[in-house]
Design a protein around this ligand. Sequence first.
Ligand SMILES: [Zn+2]
Length: 194
Amino acid sequence: MIPALEELIEFLRLFPGIGEKSARRMAFYLLKLSPDKLDTFAESVLAVKSITKCPRCGMFTQEDLCEYCRSSHRERSTICVVEEVQDVQAIEQTGIYKGLYHILGGHISPVDGIFLPDLNISSLFERIDASVREVIVATNPTLEGEATANYLIEQLRSFPVKITRLATGLPIGGDLSILSPITVRNSLQNRKDQ
Ligand SMILES: [Zn+2]
């Protein structure tokens, strides 16, 4: 096998859900592309290096602040706390949420070696000022998500904000990003005071 091709296949195998067979198929597809297309592909991969995390909320961005923190159309009185960036997409798809976000970057999971200092939590407490009236805890309906939510709610009680949580009834074990927009919208609309 040609070393360059072998190296490419090894790399493609690192992608989630991509096995040896799929990686080979993708590599051979790339071999068929024109030099121009390959350049465009390589440039879009390199452009990923310019994406950083918003220092305020943890969302991905290519600017100083993310699109939500920069926007003058978002309600600054509400912060919705989610585990991952893809959960923001799930909330946005409901079309009813106009507030800001805070992305934890995961959940507490001692088994996987993920503890509080590994999460984007202290920056959440730092951004709760007089303009913030409600914090919605929207972690995933999993055991780890529940544990993370319980810890967060406990800590948030020392702040003068209303704390709410997505309504129960979400399928246990599912991530927000794989639930239907209607399910997420219902749980958001029927969120409960904590
Ligand atoms: Zn942001």
